[in-house]
Write a protein that binds this ligand. Structure first.
Ligand SMILES: Cc1cc2nc3c(=O)[nH]c(=O)nc-3n(C[C@H](O)[C@H](O)[C@H](O)COP(=O)(O)OP(=O)(O)OC[C@H]3O[C@@H](n4cnc5c(N)ncnc54)[C@H](O)[C@@H]3O)c2cc1C
Length: 382
């Protein structure tokens, strides 16, 4: 069986690796001309950690990632802690899998190296897919054409594979813009650098901060309700002045974090919500990761669900004839990912509610309380 994966992101690479390890011939077609250092922080929760353990990358993820310990939910205006959440060694022990914050580029680099070792020469750069058809034929922007027994669209939120084969409702702008930044810890006042990881919440504002690279860098994502700008992109630069203008009533430590961001490390992207798709598969072609179920980031499950998809798909393709494998994969994954998509949206609404104090009471309905960490892609029935 020859499997073509469109997109060398986290999901496409993990699927290629899981398939190659099962003896399947894989080719990964990526639009970028080079695979480089892109992105900021990403969360690997135990449901995804099980995939990385299974792929032999768990030790490297534990070594490169940061275990946050205790996360604080704080009032954005005062900095006062409203409640705490344990994300510590006990959590990892309970689930038998890692919970780590990583630099996206570090996780990506681990996957690239593992794919190149398992299937040398299988990653083709400079191949932007322009059309895929249900019989497994593909056409690329550079004029190349290819054919495979199975084609997997792992080509992200604006998937060309999905758009070739499925009529989908256009995504709608949520009225929120997110900024992501990285700050060297030594550029911060020591008392700000030493603050615990977690979130700050306030009306129409949410700030998430956590360390990556052993604490040498602080990653943040700041979500602001504004309709002023609406481009969905990972690479639109911004400025600290633009972001600080949205944080006039934020506490000093959040403002200090933003103010210390190097200009090249601050980006913004508009948040768009998508409804769950009715189908992922058409003939020999299916979808995976953001292409199948792009979600808002409030549960921190974008990369995690892409990793889950990757392993379940590889297990299905290694165990069943192609058409049956795709049907089983989709049946195993669609309900869970739709649930995560919908709950991510709901949690975002609660975080940005008018009364931060309310989050200190009652259930959080966050990723752990929803039971997301218990999912095991290595053994789940398919
Ligand atoms: C550049 C970049 C930076 C990111 N930074 C962060 C971050 O800082 N924090 C965070 O939480 N998440 C980040 N993400 C998103 C996160 O990695 C994904 O949401 C998640 O891992 C799901 O992965 P995926 O493989 O489905 O999609 P992605 O990781 O988005 O990968 C999709 C891949 O497909 C390629 N592609 C797209 N269209 C085509 C095409 N037509 N033909 C061929 N290839 C194509 C893209 O170049 C990309 O490599 C980033 C994604 C990207 C692409």
């Amino acid at each position: 069986m020859r499997v073509a994966l469109i997109g060398a992101g986290i999901g496409g690479l993990a699927a290629a690796l899981a398939l190659a390890r099962r003896g399947v011939a894989v080719t990964v077609f990526e639009q970028a001309e080079a695979l480089g250092e892109v992105g900021a922080g990403i969360t690997i929760s135990p449901n995804a950690g099980r995939v990385l353990d299974h792929l032999g990358l768990g030790a490297a993820v534990r070594a490169r990632g940061v275990l946050p310990g205790t996360q604080h939910i704080r009032d954005l205006a005062t900095g006062a802690t409203i409640r705490t959440i344990a994300r510590d060694a006990d959590l990892e022990a309970r689930h038998g899998a890692p919970y780590r914050h990583l630099h996206r580029a570090d996780l990506h680099a681990l996957l690239v190296a593992a794919v190149e070792a398992a299937a040398p020469g299988s990653i083709r750069l400079g191949h932007r897919l322009v059309a895929a058809s249900a019989d497994g034929r593909m056409r690329f922007g550079n004029g190349a054409e290819a054919e495979a027994d199975i084609v997997v669209g792992a080509d992200g939120v604006r998937s060309a594979v999905r758009d070739s084969l499925h009529a989908t409702a256009p995504p709608h702008f949520t009225g929120q813009v997110a900024w992501r930044g990285l700050v060297p810890a030594d550029a911060l006042p020591p008392e700000v650098a030493a603050e615990p990881p977690g979130i700050f919440i306030g009306p129409g504002r949410l700030v998430l901060r956590y360390p990556v690279r052993g604490g040498a860098l602080l990653n943040y994502a700041i979500f602001v309700e504004t309709a002023a700008w609406q481009e969905e992109s990972w690479s639109t630069p911004s400025t600290t002045a633009e972001l600080l203008a949205h944080l006039e009533t934020a506490c000093a430590s959040v403002r200090a974090l933003v103010a210390a961001t190097p200009p090249a490390w601050l980006f913004k992207w508009a948040l768009f919500a998508r409804e769950p798709l009715a189908r992922w598969t058409a003939g020999r072609v299916t979808l995976l990761g953001d292409a199948a179920h792009a979600m808002l980031p409030f549960l921190g499950q974008g990369a995690a669900t892409a990793l889950e998809d990757a392993l379940v798909l590889a297990r299905a393709l290694a165990s069943f004839p192609p058409a049956e494998a795709l049907a089983r994969y989709e049946a195993a994954r669609r309900e869970r990912t739709a649930m995560v998509q919908l709950h991510s949206r709901l949690l975002g609404l609660r975080f940005q509610g008018k009364n931060p104090e309310a989050l200190g009471r009652g259930p959080l309905r966050n990723e752990e309380e929803l039971g997301l960490f218990a999912y095991d892609p290595v053994t789940v029935a398919i």
